[in-house]
Design a protein around this ligand. Structure first.
Ligand code: SF4
Length: 723
């Protein structure tokens, strides 16, 4: 049966709307062409989210959009040997995977032309519970990335005798690169002393998976994980940690009455925007109000019911204005606050209350220890945040602040929000936005109910983050990887003992700062003065960080970074200065377990290499199963493009610790090799899992076994699951 895709439908619809329906057979609801009836082409689909049924994914035939416009097969018939001028009918195998062009992990389907074994297009995946078959332009662009003529097609190595950044590259092999890098890492880690455990550093930009790579570093016994967070989202995360020991919020946009965007984030930028935007559209169709607080006139602000352009950095005052009125007007959700806020702790801390009296924040220490005494005290505490004061400080007109308050009260507990970017990231003390914002929505009881704001870890599924025995180790519960017993001052400088994330942007400065190193070495710390190996991962500080030139200086300095390599699907400014560029896959070319908190339910996606799937379904078999994805990509004509999971498995067992003599524990029972080798069974299971997904067999028991008995898992379908 021929069906039309969403894209071809759109093309056809646009053509019809333009009034240019010149050919019989253009699909319109009231004038079905004979060819449509006869060949069972599906005419106008029921909805824009139309996809072929999954039973047809292994063998699905479709006309191109252009052919539809020109009359479809009625014009010249179906192309065949006898009819070479006929219309080509695409014969597709549709393979599900997940997008990797941002952190949202939307579903993708690769439409693989069975004649040429190339991906002709990427579409969404109707099976993904949060993206629901919809993608942003970056998702669809995966196909053009895949066949970009300038893509890195084989491992590259800086030419002998050239300096970093000279741009002289030679082709090398995975084996050569892994031997050089693995030997260097192994020689460093084999020393086993405190300093060596800080001398290999992995520096991640976009992880796009849930914990696997972090576990690699854990099994090296090193404090070598570094992130980009302190130049990105720490101002959004820190208040969430302070309020609920969680990382970020997880709003129930679709059921909210008030969508309160603390920047254009969520609706047209930042995390999960494609999924969030469609949930927000659903909510607005049901009557939800949209408030955008952002100094910029973003797309979201342009369509908001209320746009609040506070002077940058004053936003917390607006949340405190809401707080003041909620308290003064008796609008506190007493039941929620009494149950979930630690008000007793607040009242018990007499020393702190006395301190607040001394500072003039409150007039007296409450004598009673009951809930009303708590409310009375904070009512006085927040009383200075009056309409006049806040309007003056924020430069937001008073009528807008009052309108906001009215919306806030009208929405009850259905307030969905996300404290991120803009105010949170753009100002000193930006973390106070989330700190004050959670107070206002918490007082209204909008944390946790339908349409409200949830927390990230209530919804995200992190298989790799479940602990050593869940991913590597002895393969049994209780046999976890030994704890890391070292502290890397390059990531966690002693000057900032309360930093919540790695002070990663300081790395080049600290490596170059001899006086800083000497200061702490004289005090007895083993501060690294150089890195043996530096490994950026989807991280481009030369371009992204404001002090990119300092990064160039440090990366070029071989006395500070002895060996550098990047596992990277694409060129980047940082790549230009490293020693090796090892090409790994884009979305649809790698295995990842990737879950995000994009809706008030738990889902995870399995990213899988689609060409490998297609080849295996067609009977192809890898020579070396441990390098199956690499072999499949060579076979599919993509070049020597690999993926990280198989790479690190191979590296740990065969290149970093080939003899199994790098011990991780004092008792000398666990080595890097044994941590990974002991999972031979798991590798086998993962291969089975991959095969299982490829052949679309739903097997609850096998998945439960393979996903390490960590928790009960219900399979919604073969690609996504919810708990
Ligand atoms: S929003 Fe979805 S489709 Fe767009 S880049 Fe991110 S994961 Fe891909």
């Amino acid at each position: 049966m021929y069906l039309q895709s969403r894209r071809t439908f759109l093309k056809g619809a646009a053509f019809t709307v333009a009034g240019a329906a010149i050919a019989k057979g253009v699909f319109t609801a009231d004038a079905l062409a004979e060819s449509v009836k006869e060949s069972k082409f599906t005419d106008t689909p029921d909805s824009l989210s139309f996809y072929p049924p999954m039973e047809e994914w292994a063998d699905f035939k479709e006309l191109d959009g252009d052919d539809w416009k020109r009359g479809g097969i009625e014009r010249k018939g179906v192309r065949s040997e006898e009819n070479p001028d006929g219309i080509e009918v695409n014969d597709y195998m549709i393979v599900p995977t997940a997008c990797s062009n941002c952190e949202a992990a939307c579903g993708l389907t690769a439409w693989i032309d069975k004649k040429t074994f190339t991906v002709k297009k990427y579409m969404g995946s109707p099976l993904h519970p949060a993206s629901r078959g919809r993608n942003c332009a970056k998702g669809y662009a995966t196909q053009s990335q895949m066949y970009d003529p300038d893509r890195i097609a084989f491992p590259l190595k800086r030419a002998a005798g050239s300096a970093r950044g000279e741009g002289k590259w030679v082709r090398t092999t995975w084996d050569e690169a892994m031997t050089t890098i693995g030997t260097k890492m192994g020689d460093t880690l084999r020393k086993g002393d405190d300093l060596s455990k800080k001398s290999v550093m992995f520096h991640v930009g976009r992880p796009n998976e849930n914990g696997f790579t972090g576990k690699v570093w854990h099994t090296l016994g090193s404090d070598c994980f570094n992130s980009h967070t302190n130049i990105c989202s720490s101002g959004g995360r820190t208040p969430t940690i302070q309020w609920a020991n969680d990382d970020r919020s997880s709003p129930d946009w679709a059921n909210a009455k008030l969508i309160f965007l603390n920047s254009s984030h969520a609706a047209d930028a930042g995390h999960y925007f494609q999924q969030s935007a469609s949930f927000i559209a659903d909510a607005r169709a049901k009557g939800a109000k949209l408030v955008v607080m952002d100094p910029r006139m973003s797309n979201s602000a342009g369509m908001a019911d209320l746009w609040i352009a506070a002077w940058p950095g004053t936003e917390p005052l607006i949340y405190l204005y809401l707080t003041q009125r909620i308290l003064n007007e008796g609008k506190v959700n007493r039941e929620f606050v009494k149950k979930w806020m630690n008000w007793e702790v607040f009242l018990d801390n007499k020393a702190y209350l006395e301190y607040m009296v001394q500072k003039g924040y409150i007039s007296k220490v409450p004598t009673k220890n009951d809930f009303d005494a708590f409310l009375d005290t904070i009512q006085e505490l927040y009383s200075p945040y009056t309409l006049a004061h806040v309007a003056k400080e924020t430069h937001v007109p008073a009528y807008k602040l009052e309108e906001l308050y009215d919306m806030f009260i009208w929405a009850g507990t259905s307030i969905s929000t996300y404290f991120w970017r803009a105010t949170a990231a753009g100002n000193r003390g930006g973390w106070m936005s989330g700190r004050t914002g959670f107070l206002a929505i918490g007082l209204r009881g909008a944390i946790g109910p339908e349409g409200g704001t949830f927390f990230h870890h209530w919804h995200v599924i992190s298989v790799g983050g479940k602990g050593g025995s869940a991913t590597v180790g002895q393969g049994k519960r209780g046999s976890d990887i030994p704890k890391i017993d070292t502290w890397n001052e390059l990531s966690w400088p002693p000057e900032w003992p309360l930093s919540t994330y790695e002070m990663s942007y300081l790395l080049p400065h600290l490596l170059a700062d001899d006086a800083w190193q000497k200061k702490w070495i004289d005090k007895g710390l083993n501060v690294p003065q150089k890195l043996s190996v530096w490994i950026p991962r989807m991280y481009n500080p030369v371009w992204i960080n404001p002090d990119g030139f300092r990064w160039i200086e440090t990366i070029k300095d071989e006395s500070k970074m002895e060996l550098t390599f990047n596992l990277s699907p694409v060129w980047s400014e940082t790549n230009w200065y490293v020693d090796y560029i090892l090409p790994v896959g884009l979305a649809g070319e790698r295995h990842d377990q990737h879950s995000e908190a994009t809706m008030p339910a738990r889902w995870t996606s399995f990213r899988q290499p689609v060409m490998r799937v297609a080849l295996e379904k067609a009977g192809w078999k890898p020579k070396n199963p441990a390098r199956a994805t690499l072999e499949a990509h060579i076979k599919a004509g993509l070049g020597e493009v690999w993926e990280e999971n198989e790479f690190w498995f191979d590296m740990c067992v065969n290149y970093i610790d080939p003899k199994g003599d790098i011990f991780l524990d004092a008792a000398k029972t666990k080595t890097i090799k044994s941590m990974w080798e002991s999972k031979r069974l798991l590798v086998l299971q993962l291969l089975l899992l991959s095969g299982m997904m490829q052949h679309l067999v739903t097997t609850y028991q096998i998945l439960k076994l393979q996903l390490l008995q960590m928790q009960d898992i219900k399979i919604l379908n073969t690609q996504y699951m919810s708990i």
